[in-house]
Design a protein around this ligand. Structure first.
Ligand code: ZN
Length: 59
């Protein structure tokens, strides 16, 4: 089972999709992506909540 985060669902105009085995890894990867690709300075608790809310699972 994989955790999937679609960047577009977080609110960016981006086709990036993050796939990871655990929620923690997915959040870390999403945070790194947001910083590197979208120039986000800080991953706030609000951003983390938003990412969690759009995270889905794939068998
Ligand atoms: Zn993105």
């Amino acid at each position: 089972m994989e955790k999937i985060i679609k960047c577009r669902d977080v609110g960016y105009d981006c086709d990036g999709v993050i796939r990871a085995k655990t929620e923690e890894e997915a959040l870390n990867m999403a945070a790194a992506h947001a910083k590197q690709v979208h120039g986000l300075n800080e991953v706030t608790p609000e951003v983390v909540e938003k990412i969690k809310s759009v995270m889905t699972e794939e068998q």
